[in-house]
Design a protein around this ligand. Structure first.
Ligand code: CU
Length: 483
């Protein structure tokens, strides 16, 4: 073991010690042991034969286990309140399934008959809709229209046979519940493996949230979103995906929220090979490096990982490349001298105490101004300014502070290094200060050498089970002020 790796492992171990005082998931802890799917990894190298499955993974999310009962794959899906965290310290009381927000991944095969024994542990009615699946109308999961709602404490058994294959998802059909996180992947592998087969296959659920500072409950009515997540994590808490140079890789995106997300990958070109309706015919594929994933859509892209490097994969909407959406945070984080971003964060998120949101006073500016044009106050500073630096440890990215002072509203971007908070095998070998680049709907595709791949694999083996991504992660009580 290299010295470098040994010291990394020491940091890994001590990171684990800090987790113990964590908050527990509110809900029941369901086992995340996935029943052995046929040859998940054994078939991995069987490209030519067209048999087996592409090895699908959802970073930071578990898979829903199943058992075979009389030839039917039986799943137990439980809707419940889940306390989660988007990154260490940003605790969120959301709604999800089986202790996970978003819900665990259901992974099945074309031709399967599946039975989903569904239980509602929420305080209100719900149902499950199977998005994109061609199922009998009574299985479609729209409360009132196609079935009676499942009452709190109630159950419903969904059962259907799958004749499709591709990237699908399940979600509550009640909009406010969707905004609280209630969705999950429903991946159907084809009978005949897609050609060319991929070596790696990763899924990402894209979500936007409105969370006031010091509040843990998402505001489902807001039209302004300040937290953007991939599989329930915001950068740099998203776990990077690791691929070997030369491997063929598929990325699958599903978006359920109020915005579209142009997902962009650095350093490579990819082809869109699938949508929420299934596989795209080869003749219809075109190259790109950004794919717009609209609301309710799924997009699969594939590429050859040709170039070594830690390549960013992120939504390119600038406001989705931030945590806490800094320009909106408003007077609360301005140490008293203030850039009013049109209005305060409460107003921007719909908590209006007088008048209404479209009034002359509030409407044009509500949460959207940056100070110079739309604000009520001229005295402009920003949350990462001088005062904030001293108080909270945020770093200023200006080299010459004096010059910076002469520019109204400067600086606007944040520069926060927090490498030590994200020590895990998947971040081994990243450049120092990497965390400063990662915020919001961002993760990394790390194209590595076989040697580095093996080193990371070895670190994963040594990693305590409760720290592994995709399991039920304990919630860290790591206080970190963001603003
Ligand atoms: Cu976005």
């Amino acid at each position: 073991m290299s010295t470098d790796r040994r010291s990394f492992f020491t940091r890994l171990a001590s990171a684990g010690a800090g987790l113990l005082a964590g908050v527990k998931t509110v809900a029941s802890q369901t086992s995340t042991q996935v029943a052995p799917a046929e040859g998940e990894h054994a078939m991995h190298h069987d490209h030519a034969a067209g048999v087996g499955r592409d090895p699908f993974e959802t970073p930071d999310l578990p898979k829903l286990p199943w058992t075979m009962v009389d030839g039917v794959k039986e799943f137990h899906l439980i809707a419940e309140v889940v306390r989660t965290e988007f990154m260490p310290g940003r605790i969120v009381d959301a709604w999800g399934y089986n202790g996970s927000v978003p819900g665990p991944t259901i992974e099945v095969d074309e031709g399967d008959t599946v039975r989903i024994v569904f239980e509602n542990r929420l305080p209100e009615i719900t149902t499950v809709h199977w998005h994109g699946l061609e199922v009998p109308i009574e299985m479609d999961g729209v409360p009132g229209l196609t079935m009676d709602p499942v009452q709190p404490g109630g159950t419903f058994v969904y059962e259907f046979t799958l004749h499709q294959h591709g990237t699908f998802f399940y979600h509550s059909h009640m909009p406010m519940q969707e905004m609280l996180g209630m969705l999950g992947f429903f991946i159907i592998h084809p009978k005949e493996r897609y050609q060319p087969a991929v070596d790696r296959d990763f899924g990402f659920l894209l979500q936007g949230w409105a969370l006031l500072p010091n509040n843990t409950v998402p505001n489902t009515l807001s039209m302004e979103f300040n937290w953007l997540t991939l599989n329930g994590k915001a950068g740099p808490a998203t776990t990077p995906v690791i691929v070997k140079q030369g491997e063929r890789v598929r990325l699958r995106f599903v978006n359920l929220g109020m915005d579209h997300h142009p997902m962009h990958m650095h350093g490579h070109q990819f082809y869109v090979t699938g949508t929420e309706g299934g596989r795209v015919p080869e003749a219809a594929r075109h190259p790109g490096n950004t794919v717009i994933v609209g609301v309710a859509q799924a997009r699969d892209v594939e590429f050859e990982a040709q170039y070594l490097g830690d390549w960013m994969l992120h939504c390119h909407l600038p406001h989705h490349m931030m945590n806490q959406m800094v320009s909106m945070v408003g007077p609360m984080s301005h140490m008293g001298s203030g850039l009013h971003t049109g209005a305060g964060m409460e107003e921007g998120m719909g908590m209006i105490r007088q008048g209404h949101g479209l009034s002359e006073e509030l409407g044009p500016a509500l949460g959207r101004g940056l100070g110079e044009a739309a604000t009520r106050e001229r005295n402009v500073t920003h949350m990462v300014g001088q005062a904030a630096n001293q108080e909270s440890g945020h770093q200023h990215h200006a080299q010459g502070d004096e010059g910076a002072q002469q520019v109204p509203g400067f600086p606007q971007d944040m520069w926060m290094v927090m490498d030590e908070m994200f020590v895990k095998p998947e971040t081994y070998g990243l450049r120092k200060d990497w965390t400063a680049a990662m915020m919001g709907m961002m993760t990394l595709v790390r194209v590595v050498t076989p040697e580095l791949y093996d080193e990371i694999a070895e670190l994963k083996k040594q990693q305590p089970a409760e720290q592994k991504p995709g399991g039920q992660q304990p919630i860290h009580q790591h206080q970190h002020k963001q603003g």
